[in-house]
Design a protein around this ligand. Structure first.
Ligand SMILES: NC(=O)c1ccc[n+]([C@@H]2O[C@H](COP(=O)([O-])OP(=O)(O)OC[C@H]3O[C@@H](n4cnc5c(N)ncnc54)[C@H](OP(=O)(O)O)[C@@H]3O)[C@@H](O)[C@H]2O)c1
Length: 278
C-alpha cells in the first residue's frame, strides 16, 4: 500500500486485530506516520504505539486530522456506540468494520446513512500473517475502495469478496470459526495418540506437525485434497482403515452440521447486535 501520498488510516480500537492489521500494513510498506490509533485504554494504546510507531490520536476528536480509511476494530457489543460517536468525522472516509456479527445496514445506519462501508470477517491466524478474510461491500463502494479494503487484509493473509451479510455469516461459520475446528482436530488427534500410549508432548508434536505438513502439501500441490488423500490411502493399508472409521462415525456429516450450526448462530448474533435500544 505504499505510494507517494499514503492513505491516512485510522484504527478505532487498538486491540489484537488492530495490532495484526497495523503490523501487516507496516510490513507492506505503509508508513507508520500515516496510521492513527484511537484507543481509550492507555496501556493498549501505549503498547501499540511503542511496538509500531503509529500516531495516537489526541483525546479531542476535533483535533484529529482527516482520515481516508477508518477501521472499526472494537468489540461488537460497543460498535454501535463507537460508530455513533465517530459518524460525523467519517463522512468522507471508507469505513471498514471487523466486528463479528455487525451487518452492513446496521453499520450504515449508525454512521448516519454512510454507504462507503465494508464488513470484514478475518480469522485469528491474521495475528500471525496467515489469516483469510471475507469481505462484503456496502452500497456506496467504488472499485478504488474495494482495492483499498482488500489490501488491508491481504497484508495479513488472503481475502475474498462475498455478496452480502449472508455470505459473511457463511465465511464466519467456515473460516472465522474454522481455526477452532482445526485446533480441536489437533487436540483430538493428540488425545488419541496418548490413549494409544504416546507421551502427551510427543503426541501433540506429531499431530500439529502432521496438520502443518498436510496443509503445506495441499498448498504446494496442483492436485486437489481428495486426490492427495487417495494417493496416501493404499488399498488394505492403515490409512484406509483409519479413514473408514472416521467416515463410519459420520466425520463429514459432523463437519457439515458444525458449519450449519455456526452459520445459524452468526445470523442470530447479527439480529441481536443490530437492534437499536427502544
Ligand atoms: N481477534 C480476532 O482474531 C478477530 C477475528 C475476527 C473478528 N474480530 C473482531 O475484531 C474486533 C476486535 O477484536 P479484538 O480481538 O481486537 O478485541 P480487543 O483486543 O478487545 O480490542 C478491542 C479494543 O477496542 C478498545 N475500545 C473499546 N471501546 C473503545 C472506544 N470507544 N473507542 C476506541 N477503542 C475502544 C478496547 O479497549 P478496552 O479493552 O478498554 O475495552 C480494546 O483495546 C471485534 O469486533 C471482533 O469481533 C477479531
Amino acid at each position: 500500500m505504499s505510494s507517494a501520498a499514503p492513505l491516512v488510516i485510522r484504527f478505532i480500537g487498538g486491540g489484537n486485530m488492530a495490532s495484526a492489521l497495523v503490523g501487516g500494513l507496516l510490513r507492506t510498506g505503509h508508513p507508520a506516520t500515516a496510521i492513527q490509533v484511537v484507543e481509550p485504554d492507555a496501556a493498549a494504546r501505549d503498547r501499540l504505539v511503542a511496538a509500531t510507531g503509529v500516531a495516537p490520536c489526541a483525546a479531542t476528536p476535533a483535533e484529529w486530522p482527516p482520515c481516508e480509511l477508518a477501521v472499526l476494530a472494537v468489540k461488537p457489543q460497543v460498535l454501535r456506540e463507537v460508530a455513533r460517536q465517530h459518524a460525523a468525522s467519517l463522512h468522507a472516509a471508507l469505513v471498514v468494520s471487523v466486528a463479528a456479527g455487525i451487518r452492513l445496514a446496521d453499520l450504515s445506519r449508525w454512521l448516519d446513512g454512510h454507504r462507503r462501508v465494508v464488513r470484514a470477517m478475518p480469522n485469528t491466524p491474521a495475528l500471525v500473517g496467515a489469516g483469510v478474510t471475507g469481505l462484503a461491500a456496502g452500497l456506496g463502494l467504488d472499485d478504488a475502495d474495494r482495492v483499498r479494503a482488500q489490501a488491508l487484509f491481504d497484508a495479513v493473509g488472503s481475502s475474498l469478496w462475498v455478496d452480502d451479510d449472508a455470505g459473511i455469516d457463511l465465511v464466519t461459520a467456515l473460516s472465522g470459526s474454522g481455526p477452532a475446528y482445526m485446533m480441536l482436530m489437533v487436540e483430538a488427534l493428540t488425545a488419541a495418540g496418548v490413549a494409544q500410549g504416546l507421551e502427551a508432548d510427543r503426541a501433540e508434536r506429531l499431530a500439529l506437525d502432521t496438520m502443518a505438513g498436510a496443509v503445506a502439501l495441499m498448498r504446494t500441490s496442483q492436485a486437489p485434497p481428495a486426490t492427495l488423500r487417495a494417493q496416501v490411502t493404499s488399498p488394505g493399508g492403515t490409512t484406509e482403515r483409519g479413514i473408514g472409521a472416521l467416515q463410519a462415525g459420520g466425520f463429514e456429516a459432523l463437519l457439515a452440521t458444525a458449519v450449519a450450526a455456526a452459520r445459524a448462530r452468526a445470523a442470530e448474533l447479527g439480529e441481536m447486535l443490530g437492534k437499536d435500544p427502544t
